[in-house]
Design a binder for this molecule. Structure first.
Ligand code: BGC
Length: 760
């Protein structure tokens, strides 16, 4: 059982048992299989800083300049003198300095596994986790950690030592094309799980980033939009998620975002980088840019950017020649250049990259053991949204089962973009895009994990047939009279584009309605990037949210459908009833950008008008479920919702106030099978919407009862006060709810809290 809040493990989760088993099984280098973390990991910050400073003191200016900008390998041959022979076809490369024992940085995207987007490394497969939203739905830092350990170990075996992972942008909009790469709408949940994931990655003595700092909340116009929000609201929402992720995960590097925040690009934003990150949070690692996110030399350097990454994607190499000239001319001080390099070296030393350098030849990987990690995450993250008349679980003796749609005969869908993993087993479906911002690097890709095969294996006595669902009438005919019908509905989303509508594409709503009308035993399994609209919800008795379930998704779905695994996932994101319930029904800028594209394609008009456009985040820190409560809107499924095949009841609440808010209560499994529950603690300051302040995840046998204690994260209870500056808890009475989701009031009470302030 994990209880979250004040007692979260902030530092140095040593290599876990799972990591050790995985490492041994994967035949990793000797250091990885010992019980202690690599030598430098967890070393005191000042001693690692002293080592970094000593190295900088021995470096020439050319060597320093070499470390502060990185190549984008697919385009590096455009840059004269690029050491292309030493590069792996992947996202990034920074040459090392062998005479000082500084290894090259070999960077790969890795949100869900070691990426190989368009198979630039032919035949190089990796284990694909389910989407990050699925991991968030587990509410389980151990699962997030295990995923990070697994990805990090594969990356290491493939000779990478920097992973572009740790996506923690809050879901402000249900249509964001990258929601599947992030951890939902709540800062405590997202920050905690991101921290655990990063910690897992870095337990392999490699660097993980946390990204994209900050407010890269939509993909439409991501390079030019200006996210507008006031400071307190920003600190209480997206920045708090980053803050917790950085405290818990201690990432070597922070990747700044493409967009502007309050008028300045995130990668040259004094407030974000100098004031918040480096000063208030005393972050000791380095800030690397997103790929193509740098717009200046001196301003970026002055405002906190330490390394230009993916330089060939920028208008020019800002941290190459122009930086050398600026240092020569004294416009950038040598001291600042030293600091940039010191931060890079600190991040490398602190993660263990220097003391346990990667072996520069591919090492064997135990893909079977890693597939189990992916399956466990998928099973724990699938959310049972609805289950009337106990439609699920299906009996393994069910007579005739009809499976419809979603290419369930061959695999499960994955999200697109830089996170794309070419998974073990290959891609049974891979469709290139012909247009759109993602077309150069994203393909609609399925993992080879067939739900139909898994269902057949799970219910060998049943007669299982498949029909593709393209013709609703034919599907309805096939479904008539079946003992169970399972419809797989999909929505592909990708980096660089937002979903233009929350409706399922390709006539799938009509398909579901037609089938549900003829068969009352219909279950819909959703493989989607995030929430979709469900106009058929009243006609369908059972709905499973399977997200993009990863390389073992088919097996995980089958186990849930037949009750071999009891659903335990909870929504990390609100599912609206209609698009209008969300703060912004459609992506701001979408229509204008389309019109501008059309005009420039036709040779008239100009994209220049769209150098920047503002998006005002009117919900402020009331992101997601807080917005729904504030506006009095009742969603289709609230944040935190998730059913089980058993039932859990809560009782005997006791609330303790004072400096900290602590609640205790009993959780009882009152059903007839074992299950895992996620009781949630919500706290509401006077007159404000409730906020998730902690939770627990625990497994109980039928009839078993356990007392749970949760201490609220104090920054969730507090408000950010720019005049302090810092966090302030006003003395007074706070509403306390313990429930199954953000709308549930299973147990309610009040706490009297004392006045308290905390540093920013
Ligand atoms: C994405 C980053 C990614 C980088 C390198 C960018 O387009 O926003 O998340 O790490 O590319 O592939």
């Amino acid at each position: 059982m994990r209880e979250l809040g004040l007692r979260r493990d902030r530092r140095g989760l040593a290599i876990s048992v799972l990591a050790m088993v995985a490492a041994q099984a994967a035949c990793l280098p000797a250091w990885a299989s010992v019980a202690a973390p690599p030598p430098a990991r967890g070393e005191a910050v000042d001693s690692a800083q002293a080592r970094a400073a000593a190295l900088v003191a021995r470096m020439t200016r050319e060597e320093k300049l070499q470390l502060v900008h990185g190549y984008f390998p697919p385009m590096a041959d455009r840059t004269p003198g690029a050491p292309v022979a030493d590069m792996i076809p992947s996202a990034g490369y920074v040459p090392g300095i062998p005479r000082l024992g500084i290894p090259a940085l070999r960077e790969s995207d890795a949100s869900l596994g070691v990426a190989n987007q368009v198979e630039q490394r032919r035949g190089d497969v990796a284990t694909a986790l389910p989407s990050s939203l699925a991991t968030a739905a587990t509410f389980d830092p151990d699962i997030a950690h295990a995923g990070g350990v697994m990805i990090g170990s594969e990356a290491r075996s493939k000779t990478f030592n920097v992973l572009l992972a740790g996506g923690v942008n809050l879901t402000r909009d249900p249509w964001n094309g990258r929601n599947f790469e992030y951890l939902g709408e709540d800062p405590l949940l997202a920050g905690t799980l991101a921290g655990a994931h990063i910690n897992g990655v870095q337990s392999n003595a490699i660097v993980s980033t946390v990204k994209h700092f900050a407010l890269n909340s939509q993909e439409t116009g991501r390079m030019i939009l200006d996210a507008r929000i006031d400071e307190a609201a920003l600190r209480e929402s997206d920045l708090l998620a980053f803050q917790i992720a950085i405290e818990d995960g201690r990432p070597g590097s922070v990747m700044c975002a493409y967009n502007q925040v309050n008028g300045d690009y995130a990668c040259e934003n004094d407030f974000l980088l100098n004031r918040v990150l480096k000063s208030d949070w005393a972050y000791p690692g380095w800030v690397m840019s997103d790929w193509g996110a740098v717009h200046s030399t001196e301003k970026a350097v002055a405002n906190g950017l330490d390394q230009e990454a993916g330089q060939e994607l920028d208008r020019q190499i800002f941290f190459g020649e122009p930086l050398a000239e600026a240092v020569d001319a004294g416009r950038v001080s040598e001291a600042r250049l030293d600091e940039m390099v010191e931060r890079i070296l600190f991040g490398m030393i602190d993660a263990g990259v220097m003391d346990a350098p990667v072996v520069l030849s591919a090492q064997p990987i135990d893909y079977d053991a890693h597939a189990e990690v992916a399956q466990r995450a998928a099973e724990a993250g699938i959310v049972l949204l609805k289950n009337d008349r106990m439609t699920l679980p299906l009996a393994s003796t069910a007579g005739r089962i009809v499976v419809i749609g979603g290419h369930a005969d061959v695999g499960v869908l994955s999200g697109g973009g830089s996170s794309q993993v070419r998974s073990v087993g290959g891609a049974p479906i891979e469709i290139p895009l012909t247009s759109g911002a993602a077309s150069s690097f994203a393909r609609v890709t399925y993992h080879a994990s067939s739900p139909v095969n898994a269902i057949r294996a799970t219910a060998p006595g049943a007669e299982v047939s498949f029909i593709d669902g393209s013709d609703p009438a034919a599907a309805a005919r096939a479904a008539t009279g079946a003992d169970a019908v399972i419809i797989f509905a999909t929505q592909w989303t990708t980096e660089a584009q937002d979903a233009e509508t929350l409706s399922l594409p390709d006539n799938q709503d009509a398909l579901i309605a037609a089938v549900a009308a003829v068969n009352p035993h219909t279950t819909v399994v959703l493989e989607t990037g995030g929430p979709v609209l469900m106009p058929w919800i009243d006609a369908v008795p059972a709905v499973l949210q399977a997200w993009y379930p990863g390389q073992r998704g088919g097996e995980a779905i089958a186990r849930i459908l037949f009750g071999q695994a009891n659903p335990s996932g909870h929504l990390p994101i609100t599912f609206p009833r209609s698009a209008e319930q969300a703060p912004r029904p459609t992506p701001p800028g979408l229509e204008a950008l389309k019109a501008s594209d059309a005009a420039s394609n036709a040779g008239s008009g100009s994209a220049a008008e769209f150098r920047s456009f503002p998006v005002a985040y009117v919900e402020g820190s009331d992101v997601g479920y807080r917005w729904y409560e504030r506006e009095g809107r009742v969603p289709l499924f609230p944040f935190g919702h998730g059913l089980s095949y058993t039932r859990f009841e809560y009782g005997a609440l006791s609330v303790e106030g004072g400096d900290d808010l602590t609640v205790s209560f009993d959780v009882t499994n009152t059903g007839d099978r074992a299950g895992t529950d996620v009781p949630q603690l919500y706290v509401a300051p006077e007159g404000q919407p409730r906020r998730l302040a902690g939770w627990s995840r625990l497994t109980l046998q039928p009839g078993e009862s356990r007392r749970v204690t949760i201490t609220a994260e104090p920054r969730i209870v507090a408000d950010y006060d720019t005049t302090l500056p810092g966090w302030g808890i006003s003395p007074g009475i706070y509403r306390v709810q313990v429930g199954h989701d953000a709308l549930d009031n299973a147990l309610g009470g009040e706490a009297v809290l004392s006045s308290r302030t905390m540093k920013p």
